[in-house]
Design a protein around this ligand. Structure first.
Ligand code: ATP
Ligand code: ATP
Ligand code: MG
Ligand code: MG
Lengths: 167, 165, 167, 165
């Protein structure tokens, strides 16, 4: 039981820095997980700290809304790499992100979906969903007493990649 | 493997029988406010065994189409997730496809794999062999919940590691 | 004390429906506030219900993220009309809104700022801030050990209104 | 009346003395993640008397520029809100302008109106005559908090009405 915990912790804490650098698109970004009790990490808590590019070490509650979202995604993706579920479902994770960070997160997901997982995202921002392979549009049928949802599917792979256009 | 498509029957705002998909490697669900995007995520969470409090309802019956206005259209609601292996993105009905189905019947639910009724623990076990662990909470992020992943307390983080190990 | 409470409650509950109709840009939308105890409303709670255009009465927790934001703004602006502060400061209230609702909320604020209050909004979405009179751009100066914020101001009133172009 | 401009001195990420403005009738604050937009809202909340827990810090000293990395650049931080009457949008220094100032000194704060030190209750009282009631919470919406306004419990709503009446 302790060995498995140690194994998970070591895997995630070595990979998180790399993922955070990729998500921030900046090698000076740093992320690290540290046990409060080095001997027996499962007894106490685990601290998490991110250093956004160009800034120094400061407590996590000091981050802005968008910076917290990027830090959260770094942790989510690194935990996933230890215990890989085949797909993600992410509901409006881009709400607090500016366009630069939207682009970075979308590119990261784009790269990872070709190699390691499937991703289904719900988004209101074109800057985010223009990077996907397919769109499922939901609309509500008029008239009824309550919402009746209908869907339309649109395959984006038939178009030249927007990425090269958007870069 | 990956999720190929969903089949919904009277689940939340999805009236009648509807097939949603095909899902590609990177798929976006888009549409106006209140159209039913998060309801689709609820359908995926439901079919994988998620508890009702994460589905934004008080009890299972509220998941049936029409229930919030007191006019449920049926006594049952059903979701099937069709899970397939790589390479046969468009291949319909390949024998390796696994159909996971969860059905609301009365105040309980029924679980089926490829049409055959199974116990909840067998259902969960089959999902775990594919790496789908609802308990580990490492692949579903609900609306408005992303920032809180980074702001857990140190103790909660330890608990997270316990779940995945 | 009771009279003042009654006065506030009556003012807000008569105006909220009108404001919600304006924010939804639809006369079939409805919003109402109701005391749980009609005799003495200050003793019990006050319920709040919104009926989005084209839908029937359903509990508030049934609303989607974007629908909740519009309902919240209707309540905020109606309370304001009873007890008018001279200005609002709203931080990324547009995060869960789709482009249609962004447009509606921005137009409502635009109209109200010419007559009844000043409004300062923080936003990441061009669809929202293109409707304002002035932009204050914040950027962080490179190089320091911690974030150093600087500002640039840009007066939009000198350009032809984007509204007539965008309508 | 309306808020004409702000003057910040070593407040959060705003180093040194900076004038922000002029604010028009409808003004947007824009910029990348982490640039300092919400810090500007904190400056407005602070100068109007908001408590530290709504300013995202544990104690007043953390509001001084540099404090989160252990290198505060000064022992004081100051915010002045210049409030003016309609019609003189661009008019500098009209005699009717009111300068509300709050200064962090040591572990307490000092309040000034037009440069003269006043008691916290006189300061609050003057703001109330202009319709600015921090307690009523009817004009400041912090990041991520808008949906919760609609989802208050019935009792919380009654309390809201008590505050504004
Ligand atoms: N059992 C049900 N039967 C019919 N309609 C339902 C049912 N449950 C929820 N709804 C309706 O579904 C709608 C909400 O859908 P959902 O939360 O999926 O919207 P959304 O597309 O995610 O919107 P947003 O972009 O605002 O988040 C509501 O209008 C709600 O009334
Ligand atoms: N006392 C301080 N001195 C220096 N920097 C500070 C201080 N307090 C906070 N900061 C920094 O200010 C930044 C946060 O700014 P803020 O929350 O205003 O960002 P924002 O522009 O609102 O971003 P977002 O769009 O992500 O919400 C953080 O990087 C934080 O480290
Ligand atoms: Mg939603
Ligand atoms: Mg912010």
């Amino acid at each position: 039981r302790y060995d498995r915990f140690q194994d998970a912790f070591e895997h995630v804490s070595t990979i998180i820095d790399d993922i955070y650098k990729k998500l921030s698109n900046n090698t000076s970004a740093q992320a690290f997980l540290g046990p409060e009790n080095a001997e027996e990490p499962y007894l106490e808590g685990i601290s998490y700290n991110c250093i956004a590019p160009g800034k120094r070490f400061r407590p996590m509650d000091n981050l802005s809304g968008g910076e917290k979202t990027v830090a959260a995604l770094a942790l989510l993706f690194s935990i996933h790499s230890y215990q890989p579920a085949p797909f993600f479902v992410l509901d409006e994770i881009d709400a607090a992100l500016d366009n630069t960070n939207i682009n970075r997160v979308a590119r990261y997901i784009m790269q990872e979906t070709t190699t390691s997982f499937q991703c289904i995202v719900i988004s209101l921002k074109e800057e985010f969903y223009c990077h996907t392979d397919a769109l499922i549009g939901i609309y509500s049928e008029a008239g009824g007493e309550c919402t009746v949802s209908r869907t339309l599917t649109h395959d984006l792979t038939q178009y030249p990649s927007t990425i090269s256009a958007a870069s | 493997g990956f999720l190929k498509r969903l089949e919904l029957e009277n689940f939340k705002s999805y009236k009648g029988f509807q097939v949603i998909g095909p899902f590609k490697r990177f798929t976006a669900i888009i549409g106006p406010n209140g159209a039913g995007k998060s309801n689709l995520m609820d359908a995926i969470s439901f079919v994988l065994g998620e508890k009702t409090q994460h589905l934004r309802v008080r009890n299972l019956k509220d998941l049936i189409h029409g229930a919030p206005i007191g006019k449920p259209v049926a006594s049952r609601a059903k979701v099937t997730a069709v899970y397939g292996e790589e390479g046969d993105e468009e291949g319909e009905g390949r024998e390796e496809d696994i159909h996971f189905t969860r059905i609301i019947v009365g105040s309980g639910t029924e679980y089926r794999i490829n049409g055959k009724i199974v116990s909840p623990s067998d259902y969960q076990h089959k999902l775990e062999t594919l790496g789908i662990l609802i308990k580990a909470k490492n692949f579903l992020v609900f609306q408005g919940a992303v920032e809180s992943i980074a702001m857990k307390t140190p103790k909660e983080r330890t608990h997270l590691f316990e779940e995945i190990s």
